[in-house]
Ligand binder design. Structure first.
Ligand SMILES: [Zn+2]
Length: 178
């Protein structure tokens, strides 16, 4: 595979530490490779967004599935046009992550597709067409999208963290009527 040659000219199997050109410090090739075939395909723009998301969250993201070879995608029952085939999708385990915080950060990082799998404990994110499927208990995707889209009032940013809930409400009212 071409991308593998680019990063690991002397290796048949991807080593833990890539030789050159790897700009995603929190992710290793081995965790992004196809879980079935072991082959690796990377979409740099999508991986940049994943790295941004990881930086915002500030703790490890456990990737259950990233790139899938066509054969492995069929085996796991993936959609025929799955974004995993293009290395533009990541299934991220939600244990130890706040789902709403994760989704808000993912939207900010530029992810556009969301699939919710609460029974299996993961959320699918991708950079394909804007769409979503499934749901997560207590998570309102439309509300999160609206909150992310709304620009934060500049003046409240500096004072809000130091105020208690009542003072924050009063400050918000003052801003609303300013
Ligand atoms: Zn997925």
């Amino acid at each position: 595979m071409e991308i593998a040659k680019l990063y690991w000219p002397n290796h048949t199997h991807a080593p833990t530490t890539p030789e050159t050109g790897w700009r995603w410090p929190n992710f290793r090739p081995s965790e992004l490779a196809c879980k079935g075939s072991g082959s690796l395909k990377i979409d740099p723009a999508s991986l940049d967004k994943l790295q941004d998301l990881r930086a915002t969250i500030g703790k490890p993201l456990r990737i259950l599935s990233a790139y899938r070879s066509p054969a492995h995608n069929r085996k796991v029952g993936g959609a025929t046009n799955s974004q995993h085939l293009q290395a533009k999708a990541f299934d991220v385990m939600q244990k130890d992550l706040d789902p709403a915080q994760f989704v808000a950060a993912a939207i900010r990082a530029g992810f556009t597709g969301f699939g919710f799998y609460p029974d299996q404990g993961f959320i699918h994110i991708d950079t394909g067409p804007a769409r979503h499927w499934g749901s997560w208990p207590g998570l309102d995707l439309d509300k999160i999208k609206a909150e992310v889209a709304r620009p934060a009032p500049a003046r409240s940013l500096s004072i809000a963290p130091r105020l208690g809930p009542v003072a924050r409400a009063v400050a918000a009212l003052r801003l609303a009527f300013a």
